[in-house]
Structure formats: structure tokens, C-alpha cells
Design a protein around this ligand. Structure first.
Ligand SMILES: [Mg+2]
Length: 161
């Protein structure tokens, strides 16, 4: 049987959205997120982070630095008793038109394959239009969290939000 998962965006959803965060010291968890992660863990649902990190392709930070940032984020989650199953990131530039950069769903498809997930019974929590669009394309239930990005959307919103 396929499992469900909760896909979670990183910047603006788990941690504060720092433009091209390139330093582990800039990581700052958003309020209530660590408790929310533990709550999701307690119901036995997989938790998978999916994040666009074009700062790699733009030469702003290396994948090694990104790895350090993610290591620190995971350590912060674990220290509070939470757990994330995996982090998928897209390092490409938008101009590369890759299949993994949200709103495309390459990362979701890869995770579904790696973890035996049913995307249609999974959830996607994010703070941007592109997260909701990826969720919709993949058939996941989309959950929008308030952030600067979601507040600044221009109407009309798509019918499925
Ligand atoms: Mg975000």
C-alpha cells in the first residue's frame, strides 16, 4: 500500500524567508513550526521538505553550503524531538526550465518513487503560489500558510485556492 506524506516548503514555511539564505547562522525557525512537525510525526505521516534553491545555479552558494544549512535545520528539528524524513531541493536556475523546480513536480514525483507515496492522498504546505500550483499539478491537497508572499498575492486567485 502506498503511503501518504506531507510535503513542506522550506523558506517562509519552516524557516524565515531570507533571500538566498547562504549561511547556516541565518536559519531561524518560524513560530509553532517545531511543534507542528512533532504533531505530524505523532500521527505517523511522512514529512518531506521540497525546496527551490536556485542560489546554487546563480553562484550565490554551493551545494556544500546548502548541505550545511540543511544539516543545521535537521539538527534544530531533532533537538526539539521532531523528525523530517527527507529533503529534496532543486539547485537549478529558472531559465533551465527543469522538471524539478516548483511549480513543476519533479521533486514530488521523485519522492513518491523513493518513498512509495500516493501523491493524491498527500498534502503540500507552502507559502507561495508556486507551491500551491505544484500541489495542484501533483494532485496533493494544498495548504497555504500566511507569509509576506501569500499576503502580497494579486487577485484573482486560482479557483482551487
Ligand atoms: Mg516558500
Amino acid at each position: 500500500m502506498l503511503n501518504k506524506a506531507v510535503f513542506v516548503d522550506r523558506d517562509g514555511t519552516i524557516v524565515k524567508d531570507v533571500v538566498y539564505c547562504s549561511n547556516p547562522d541565518d536559519l531561524d525557525f518560524l513560530p509553532t513550526v517545531l511543534d507542528g512537525i512533532k504533531l505530524l510525526n505523532s500521527v505517523g505521516i511522512r514529512l518531506i521538505v521540497v525546496t527551490n534553491q536556485s542560489g546554487v545555479a546563480r553562484g550565490i552558494f554551493t551545494e556544500e553550503t546548502l548541505g550545511k544549512i540543511h544539516k543545521k535545520m535537521l539538527a534544530g528539528i531533532i533537538s526539539q524531538g521532531g523528525q523530517v524524513d527527507a529533503i529534496y531541493y532543486c539547485p537549478h536556475h529558472p531559465d533551465e526550465k527543469c522538471h524539478c523546480r516548483k511549480p513543476n513536480i519533479g521533486m514530488l514525483e521523485q519522492a513518491a518513487q523513493d518513498w512509495g507515496l500516493d501523491l493524491k492522498s498527500s498534502y503540500f504546505i507552502g507559502d507561495k503560489f508556486l507551491d500551491m500550483e505544484a500541489a495542484n499539478k501533483a494532485g496533493c491537497k494544498a495548504i497555504l500558510v500566511p507569509s509576506e508572499s501569500s499576503r502580497n498575492w494579486r487577485y484573482p486567485r486560482p479557483h482551487w485556492i
